[in-house]
Write a protein of this length. Structure first.
Length: 727
C-alpha cells in the first residue's frame, strides 16, 4: 500500500514539473512542496461538525475568456492530499490521499470546491488549493477547516449525586430542591444552560472557566417549591455551534403535596343510638392521596373504615354504631400526609344523636324511704334523660296507670312530679315513670315504696275454733305489718275474766308475721275468746285478732245445695258449709243409683265436679260434713242426667232459629246463677277438685237396693272416712 502511495506521489510530482515548464505556468507558480509567492494572504475559514459535511471553497474560474482550468491540487501542510486533472478522462482524473480516502470529491457546480463527507476531528487544518490554467498563471487559496466536536449529552444529578432519569424528586411542597447538570466534551468549549420551557434560567458561558477541566457543571436551585412546580419540565442544554441543535436532557419534577381540603360528606342528622351509620369523608389536593382517620372527641375512633384513593383524592367510609354517650360530642375527619409534619387538616361534625328516654324514679329530697307512715304525703320525681326531649311522661303504680286525681290525693305536676297525699298501706308497692319520644318509650326501674303501718289481722272475721278438753289445740294468729312485728300478746276472755297468756305457751315467727299458740282447755271456764295483738316499730295493733274457743263438736249440716251445669253425663254441685265444729272438716258426696253406690268422694270444700255419670240416669245425691267428732246430718235430693242428644232434623234447626231469643235469655239467666254460686264458693276454704268417674259394669255383681243400704238411716258416729288429725 505504501509503495502504491509513493508511486502516485512520484507521478503527481512529474505532472506538476511538466506543468511548471510549460509557457502558461512559468509565472506565479511554485513547485509542489515549495511556498508559492502568489498565495493570497487571506484565509477563508470553514466550519464543520464531526460526522457532518464540509465544503472547502476554491475558485476555479479562469480569469480569461479563452482560458480553462487544467489541474486542481489540494495541500495540507504542503503535502498534496487531493487532485483533479481535467486532462484525464474517467475516474482516474480524481486522486486522493489516505487522510481523505473516499470522503473527498471535487465539484465544479454550483460553486467549485472540495466536498468532504463524514468530517473527522483530524480533518482540522489549514488547506491550500492550487488551480492551474491553460493560459493564466496558477492561483492559490488558503482555507482553514474548523472541525467542531459537539459536547456529550448533559447528565443531570440530584444534590446527593444520584443521576436523575426522567423524573426528579419527589420533593416536598414548600421546600427547596437542586438540579445539577454535568456536560463532558465539546470543542470549542460548549455553553451550558438551564431552561424552563423557552425561558433561560441560568447560563454557563463558554468563556466561564471551571476547574473541572473537560467537565462543565451548572447548578439550578429552586426555592420554596409550589404546586406550580409539579410536573414542571426543566431542560439542560449544551451547545458550541450553530451548525447543530444543542444537546439537551430534560427532567420532570415530582412533588409531595399537602392536602388542600377535607370534608365530611354525610351530614344527615340526627343519628340514632344503636343504628348502624355510614359516613363518608373526602380529602383532595394531596399527592399521593392523604391518609384519612376518624376521631371522636379527640380520641381515635376504632371502627370499620374503608378507604379508596385516586390521583390526589381519597375517600374514607366510616361504618359506625353511635352510642348515647356520643351525643353532643364532635366527630372529626382528619386528613394528613406522612411526608409533612404540619399538614393535618380537619372537618368536624357536632353530633346530634337521638336515643330512647332514660328515666329514673326518686323520692323527694327530704324524704326518708324507711320512715314513711300512713297519712304522710309522698313526693316522687322522674329524672328524664332524652334526646329529643320527651313529649309525654306517664306514671304507674304496680303497673296500673295513675291519673291526675286530686280528690283521691294523686297530683301530677309538670309531667315529671308526682305527689300522693295522705298515703295508706294500699299505696305501697312499685312506682314507675315512662317517658316517650320519637325513638320510643323508656321505663324507669321500679321504685318500691314501703309504708310503715301498725299490724292488722290478715283475716278480719272472727274465727271459731273447736277445742276438746285435755287436748292441745293450735291457734294461729297472722297479721300484716311493716316492719314485721317483733312481739305478740295473747289474752283469753272467759267467764272467769280476762287472763293474759304466758309467753312460754306461744311462738313468734317474725318473717311470716304470725304467732302460734298451743292451747289446751282443762275445764269449761277455759273456753271463751282469745285475742291476739302484735307490735312493731309503728306501734301496737289497734284492733286485735279474735278467736272464739268452743268445745269441739261434730259439724253442722250443709245447706242450700245447688246442682248446675247438668248435662247428659256430668254435673256440678255446690253447698253452703255450716259450722264445722271447730275442727278440720271434710265434705262427703255419695251418688246412688237403683243399682247401688256409684260415687263416694270427699272434699275440703262443699263443691264437686262430677263427670261420666251416664245419660238419662236417675241419681240420688247424699251430702254431709264430717270431722273427728262425727258427721253432720245429711242432705239428700234426686237429679236426672239429660238424655243423649239425637241428630238434629231440619225442623229442629228451624225451631232453634225461631227460639234464638229465648235461648239468649236462658243463657243470661244461667250466667246470673253461676255468678251467685261463684260468690258462694269464694267463701269456701278450699277449691273444688274434678273427679272423673267410670261407671262399672253391673254384670255379675250383687246389687243391693237403696233401702237396704240407705243413706237415710241413723248417723254413724264413726263414718268410713279418712281419719283427721286434730288441730
Amino acid at each position: 500500500m505504501h509503495i502504491a502511495v509513493g508511486v502516485q506521489r512520484t507521478l503527481l510530482a512529474f505532472v506538476l514539473l511538466a506543468l511548471s515548464n510549460s509557457p502558461s505556468a512559468t509565472q506565479n507558480t511554485f513547485i509542489t512542496g515549495s511556498p508559492m509567492s502568489s498565495v493570497t494572504g487571506t484565509v477563508t475559514r470553514v466550519a464543520a461538525v464531526v460526522g457532518g459535511e464540509a465544503n472547502l471553497p476554491c475558485d476555479s474560474r479562469p480569469p480569461q475568456r479563452n482560458d480553462s482550468m487544467l489541474l486542481v491540487v489540494w495541500y495540507r501542510d504542503d503535502n498534496p492530499v487531493y487532485s483533479y486533472d481535467t486532462r484525464v478522462l474517467g475516474p482516474s482524473a480524481h486522486w486522493t490521499d489516505e487522510p481523505f480516502a473516499n470522503r473527498a470529491r471535487w465539484y465544479s457546480t454550483p460553486s467549485s470546491g472540495l466536498h468532504v463527507d463524514a468530517v473527522q476531528a483530524r480533518d482540522r487544518a489549514v488547506y491550500r488549493c492550487r488551480v492551474d490554467f491553460q493560459i493564466s498563471p496558477t492561483r492559490n487559496y488558503r482555507i482553514a477547516l474548523d472541525v467542531i466536536e459537539l459536547p456529550n449529552k448533559p447528565v443531570i444529578f440530584d444534590e446527593f449525586g444520584k443521576e436523575i432519569s426522567g423524573a426528579a424528586g419527589p420533593y416536598n411542597e414548600g421546600g427547596d430542591f437542586k438540579l445539577i447538570c454535568s456536560v463532558n466534551g465539546g470543542t470549542p468549549t460548549p455553553r451550558v444552560q438551564w431552561l424552563h420551557g423557552d425561558t433561560v434560567l441560568t447560563t454557563l458561558g463558554a468563556s466561564d472557566l471551571q476547574p473541572s477541566g473537560m467537565t462543565r457543571t451548572l447548578v439550578l436551585v429552586v426555592k420554596n417549591a409550589t404546586r406550580l412546580h409539579l410536573s414542571a419540565v426543566y431542560t439542560c442544554t449544551a451547545d458550541n455551534t450553530l451548525l447543530s441543535t444543542p444537546q439537551k436532557t430534560s427532567v420532570r419534577v415530582d412533588l409531595y403535596l399537602r392536602p388542600l381540603s377535607v370534608e365530611i360528606l354525610s351530614k344527615e342528622q340526627p343519628l340514632s343510638v344503636g343504628r348502624k351509620t355510614e359516613l363518608w369523608c373526602r380529602s383532595t389536593g394531596a399527592r399521593p392521596p392523604a391518609n384519612i382517620t376518624w376521631w371522636l372527641d379527640g380520641k381515635p375512633l376504632h371502627s370499620i373504615s374503608k378507604q379508596k384513593k385516586d390521583t390526589n383524592e381519597s375517600q374514607s367510609l366510616l361504618e359506625w354504631v353511635p352510642m348515647k354517650e356520643h351525643n353532643g360530642k364532635v366527630l372529626t375527619c382528619r386528613a394528613e400526609h406522612v411526608r409533612f409534619n404540619h399538614s393535618t387538616i380537619e372537618s368536624k361534625l357536632p353530633l346530634n344523636i337521638y336515643y330512647v328516654p332514660i328515666t329514673r324514679m326518686e323520692l323527694g329530697s327530704k324524704m326518708n324511704p324507711n320512715d314513711i307512715e300512713e297519712g304522710d304525703d309522698v313526693y316522687f320525681g322522674c329524672d328524664v334523660d332524652a334526646n329529643p326531649p320527651a313529649y309525654k311522661v306517664i306514671w304507674e303504680h304496680n303497673e296500673v296507670l295513675l291519673q291526675h286525681n286530686p280528690s283521691n290525693g294523686v297530683i301530677l305536676t309538670g309531667n315529671t312530679n308526682l305527689a300522693v297525699r295522705n298515703v295508706s298501706r294500699h299505696q305501697a308497692g312499685n312506682y314507675t315513670c315512662t317517658a316517650s319520644n320519637v325513638e320510643g318509650d323508656g321505663k324507669s326501674p321500679p321504685l318500691h315504696l314501703q309504708i310503715v303501718y301498725k299490724p292488722l289481722c290478715r283475716k278480719r272475721e272472727m274465727k271459731m275454733i273447736g277445742a276438746a278438753l285435755q287436748e292441745p289445740t293450735k291457734v294461729i294468729c297472722e297479721v300484716d305489718a311493716y316492719p314485721p312485728p317483733d312481739t305478740f300478746e295473747w289474752t283469753l276472755n272467759s267467764s272467769a275474766g280476762s287472763i293474759r297468756v304466758d309467753a312460754e305457751r306461744f311462738t313468734v315467727e317474725v318473717k311470716e308475721g304470725r304467732s302460734v299458740l298451743t292451747y289446751m282447755p282443762v275445764s269449761d271456764v277455759d273456753y271463751g275468746t282469745l285475742s291476739c295483738r302484735a307490735t312493731n316499730l309503728a306501734g301496737q295493733q289497734p284492733m286485735p285478732c279474735l278467736y272464739t274457743l268452743l268445745p269441739a263438736t261434730r259439724p253442722d249440716q250443709p245447706t242450700n245445695c245447688t246442682v248446675y251445669n247438668l248435662t247428659d253425663d256430668s254435673l256440678d254441685l255446690a253447698c253452703i258449709a255450716g259450722y264445722e265444729g271447730g275442727l278440720r272438716c271434710v265434705y262427703v258426696l255419695e251418688v246412688w243409683t237403683n243399682e247401688g253406690l256409684l260415687v263416694n268422694v270427699s272434699n275440703g270444700a262443699a263443691l264437686w265436679n262430677l263427670r261420666r255419670l251416664g245419660a238419662a240416669r236417675l241419681l240420688r245425691l247424699v251430702v254431709y260434713a264430717a270431722n273427728s267428732r262425727g258427721r253432720s246430718e245429711h242432705v239428700s235430693f234426686t237429679v236426672e242426667t239429660a238424655p243423649r242428644l239425637a241428630p238434629r232434623t231440619e225442623a229442629q234447626a228451624a225451631w232453634e232459629v225461631n227460639w234464638a231469643v229465648g235461648g239468649a235469655l236462658c243463657f243470661i239467666t244461667v250466667i246470673g246463677v253461676i255468678v251467685c254460686l261463684a260468690m258462694t264458693v269464694f267463701k269456701l276454704r278450699n277449691r273444688a277438685r274434678d273427679y272423673e268417674v267410670t261407671i262399672p259394669s253391673l254384670k255379675n255383681q250383687k246389687v243391693l237396693p237403696p233401702k237396704r243400704n240407705s243413706p237415710h238411716g241413723q248417723d254413724d258416729r264413726n263414718p268410713d272416712i279418712i281419719p283427721l288429725s286434730k288441730e
